[in-house]
Design a binder for this molecule. Structure first.
Ligand SMILES: NC(=O)c1ccc[n+]([C@@H]2O[C@H](COP(=O)([O-])OP(=O)(O)OC[C@H]3O[C@@H](n4cnc5c(N)ncnc54)[C@H](O)[C@@H]3O)[C@@H](O)[C@H]2O)c1
Length: 266
C-alpha cells in the first residue's frame, strides 16, 4: 500500500457557522479552518464573531465574520451572498445558534418560549433554505444541526428548550430526506453537559444566575455525576464530532443523531 501525505480533511470546503462567536461554534470554526475550510463566522453579536475570524486569519486560515440574526430570512440571504462572494458556493452549514431560559412550565413566558423556538428551530429552518441552493451549486453539502440531551430525554425544566431540541430531530430528518438526491446530508449532533457560557454565564440569549449556573458547585457536581465518563465536555469534544460528520468518513450518515455526551443519555 502506497503511503501519501495526509490531505487537509476539509480542503476546498466553504462553511457557514452560526453562533460562530460562541463557544462551540467558535471551536468548530477554528477546527474547520485548520483543516482547510474557508469559514463564515456568523453571529448575532458581531464582536465575538470578528475575534474568531481574526484568530483564524492570524493562524493563516481563511475566514470572514458576518453579523447574522438567524431569525431573519433576508439576513440569511445576505450572509450566503457574502460568503459566496468571498469563497464560492457553500458546502457546509453548522446551525449552532440557540437560546434558553431555565424556568419551569408555569414560569416560562410566551415571549421566552417563542424566542427559544425562533432562534433554535426557525433559525435552522431558514438557514437550510438559504444555503441549499448554494450547496446545489457546490454539488455537495453537509448540514449539521446542534441538538442536546434535551433532544433525547428533556428534563422537567424549560419547555421551550425541550420542544426546540426535539423538533430539531424532525427538522434534521426532513432535510436529510428532502435533499439526499442533491448529495446533501443532514445530521444532528447532541452534546451532553458542555462547559460553555451557555450554562455558566449570564447572557441575553441564555441567562443564568446562582441557581442555574455551573459556577455554583452544586450544579457543576450534578452535571458531572450525570456524566458516566467523569468530565463535562469541552467545546473541542463537540467540534471533533462536527468535523467527522462533515467529512466523507461520514459519507453514508444522514438523518442520524450522533451523541457526544460522555454517556449522559444512557
Ligand atoms: N453548553 C451546553 O451544555 C450545551 C449542551 C447541548 C447543546 N447546547 C447547544 O449548543 C449551542 C451553542 O451553545 P454554546 O454552549 O456554544 O453557547 P454560547 O452561548 O457560547 O453560544 C451560543 C451562540 O449563539 C449566538 N446566538 C444567540 N442568538 C442568536 C441569533 N438570534 N442569531 C445568531 N446567533 C445567535 C450567541 O451570540 C452565541 O454566540 C446552542 O444551540 C445550545 O442550545 C449547549
Amino acid at each position: 500500500m502506497a503511503m501519501t501525505e495526509p490531505r487537509a480533511r476539509l480542503a476546498g470546503k466553504v462553511a457557514i457557522i452560526t453562533g460562530g462567536g460562541g463557544a462551540m461554534g467558535g471551536a468548530q470554526a477554528k477546527l474547520f479552518a485548520s483543516e482547510g475550510a474557508a469559514v463564515c463566522v456568523a453571529d448575532n453579536w458581531p464582536e465575538p464573531a470578528r475575534e474568531v475570524a481574526d484568530v483564524i486569519a492570524n493562524a493563516g486560515g481563511r475566514a470572514i465574520a458576518v453579523e447574522l440574526d438567524v431569525r431573519d430570512a433576508a439576513a440569511w440571504s445576505a450572509a450566503v451572498a457574502q460568503t459566496e462572494l468571498a469563497f464560492g458556493p457553500v458546502s457546509l452549514l453548522c446551525n449552532n445558534a440557540g437560546a434558553n431560559f431555565r424556568v419551569g412550565f408555569e414560569e416560562q413566558t410566551e415571549e421566552q418560549f417563542r424566542l427559544i423556538m425562533e432562534v433554535g428551530l426557525n433559525g435552522a429552518f431558514l438557514g437550510i433554505k438559504a444555503v441549499v441552493p448554494s450547496m446545489r451549486k457546490a454539488g455537495t453539502g453537509v448540514i449539521l444541526n446542534m441538538g442536546s440531551l434535551a433532544a433525547i430525554k428533556p428534563g422537567g425544566g424549560s419547555p421551550g428548550y425541550a420542544a426546540q431540541k426535539m423538533a430539531m430531530v424532525g427538522l434534521t430528518r426532513s432535510a436529510a430526506q428532502s435533499f439526499a438526491r442533491d448529495n446533501i446530508r443532514c445530521v444532528i449532533i447532541s452534546p451532553g453537559h458542555v462547559d460553555t457560557p451557555f450554562i455558566r454565564g449570564n447572557n441575553e440569549h441564555s441567562p443564568n444566575d446562582w441557581a442555574t449556573s455551573i459556577d455554583n458547585p452544586e450544579n457543576f457536581e450534578r452535571r458531572l455525576k450525570a456524566t458516566p465518563l467523569g468530565r463535562l465536555q469541552q467545546p473541542e469534544d463537540i467540534a471533533n464530532a462536527f468535523m467527522f460528520a462533515a467529512t466523507d468518513d461520514a459519507a453514508m450518515i444522514t438523518g442520524s443523531m450522533i451523541t457526544v455526551d460522555g454517556g449522559a443519555a444512557m
